[in-house]
Design a binder for this molecule. Structure first.
Ligand code: ARG
Length: 461
């Protein structure tokens, strides 16, 4: 049988130890310690301001709370499973230190609104941190693009060579995804930034409290509107989990691209040794483990989102203990995505871009075939006919092991008599790239504009 609890008044015997272990969330929500102290401090100030407790009592409680936080930070506070959760641990510690007065901290409050408060404070801070990490990564991508501004590579569709593109344009695609991720986090922030405190167990409180005072103390934009909704919902956690899933998905695609580009077959990039591992049996191996883990960990980040959605499905209003499960999902996704962002940033900063291999790769695969068709259009052939003619030319090249550049004018004329000497200039890889001046296209001019816009975006934040 376990130790006595703060809520044991109604109980005639202790809970079973195995249940205590099952019921406890302290191993997880200990991460909310600082936020819980912050919330309690604001709550107690409000209680005194509203004459629910005395000023002196509030001072005593607040001083003790700060002291408890200091002790926690220096590792002096140890928890036991019987403490159940972080809220009970701190309240127990408070009562241990200041006695009877400590018991007043929980006036006009429930753990149901308290835990939401802690989580909102936590999500708010993590949201800002994630925004910083994303900003850093966008900046790294912009630098990488600028350093390799005119490097040409084959672009792919269906993982088949398609058309020549600038490497800078390719890598900036990820900066655009991350920009949207950052904007999504900013939207989430406003939904998260509302104070739930004062909703109490589910129905509000009989005390004449001032919820707006607490909100103001804690820097919240305002307060939530419905006490039942407030203790029951975890939309702001789900928003965060979705944003994290989206970020990790983007990182996973980048990881996959780079795993492919780093292979011996491609050699478009070379990963730095510091982010690869060797094999225990094959001495020659240098494996892209960091990228594989980013790709692999996407599984758990998705699972956390689906996990919490499932916990909430069909959950009756208002608070149910099921909701306690939300924190493991949240913490795991945040830690995983934070680490992935930092690691991918380092990978991008240390990798080598193999310009020569990209250029060699551009020579095969007929990546200028669309341009040849466009050329025929400039000579008055309808695009659909031009497409057919170039298809025939490519077939001829494959059969005779030639590239489009290898064909003589005489050979070209067999397919279309309108082809002239100027075709060779038209299908040059550099010309193909720089002719794509359409807004958002791959020409040097468009990419430079894109970089300017991204820099302006980063500055505007
Ligand atoms: N540890 C709980 C949680 O994380 C706190 C709220 C508990 N409320 C309750 N009435 N048992 O959800």
């Amino acid at each position: 049988m376990s130790k006595l609890k703060l809520w044991e008044g109604r109980f005639s015997k202790s809970t079973s130890q195995i249940f205590d272990l099952f019921n406890a969330s302290i191993m997880t929500d200990i991460k909310l310690f600082e936020y819980d102290i912050l919330g309690s401090t604001a709550h107690v100030k409000m209680l005194a301001k509203c004459n629910i407790i005395l000023e002196d009592e509030a001072k005593l409680i607040i001083d003790a709370l700060y002291q408890i936080l200091e002790d926690f930070k220096s590792g002096k506070i140890k928890y036991e499973i019987s403490d159940e959760d972080v809220h009970m641990l701190i309240e127990k510690e408070l009562i241990k230190r200041i006695g009877e007065v400590g018991k007043k901290v929980h006036t006009a409050r429930s753990r149901n609104d308290q835990v939401v408060l802690d989580e909102r404070l936590f999500c708010r801070e993590k949201n800002l941190h994630l925004q910083e990490l994303i900003k850093m990564l966008i900046n790294t991508i912009v630098n990488l693009a600028e350093e390799n501004i005119d490097v040409i590579m084959p672009g792919f569709t269906h993982l088949q060579k398609a058309q020549p593109i600038l490497f800078s344009h390719y890598i900036l695609a990820y900066a655009q995804m991350l920009k949207r991720d950052l904007l999504r986090l900013r939207q989430n922030y406003s939904i998260t930034n509302l104070s739930p405190l004062g909703s109490a167990a589910l129905a509000g409180t009989t005390f004449d409290i001032d919820r707006f005072f607490v909100a103001n103390e804690l820097g919240f934009e305002s307060v939530t509107e419905n006490s039942i909704d407030t203790v029951s919902e975890r939309d702001f956690v789900l928003d965060m989990l979705f944003s994290l899933a989206m970020i990790q998905m983007h990182l996973s695609r980048l990881a996959e691209d780079f795993i492919i580009f780093n292979t011996d077959e491609f050699k478009f990039i070379e990963l730095d040794d510091s982010f690869c591992s060797g094999s225990s049996i094959m001495p020659q191996k240098k494996n892209p483990d960091a990228l594989e883990l980013i790709r692999g960990k996407t599984g758990r980040v998705y699972a956390n989102l689906i996990g919490l959605l499932t916990v909430l499905k069909g959950l009756p209003l208002s608070y149910n203990k099921d909701l306690q499960e939300d924190k493991e999902f949240l913490f795991d996704s945040i830690e995983t995505v934070e680490m992935s962002l930092v690691i991918i940033n380092e990978i991008l900063k240390t990798l080598k871009v193999n310009k020569e291999n990209m250029a060699i790769s551009c020579k095969s695969g007929f990546i200028n075939a669309t341009d040849l068709a466009d050329y025929l259009v400039t000579k008055g052939v309808a695009f659909r006919d031009a497409h057919f003619i170039v298809g025939n030319i490519v077939k001829y090249c494959i059969e005779s092991s030639k590239t489009l550049e290898d064909l003589s004018l005489e050979e070209y004329k067999r397919f279309c008599e309108k082809i002239r000497e100027d075709v060779y200039q038209y299908i040059k890889i550099e010309t193909c790239v720089n002719r794509r001046k359409s807004y958002g296209g791959t020409s040097l001019e468009s990419v430079k504009r894109q970089i300017d816009n991204l820099k302006k975006f980063l500055k505007s934040l």
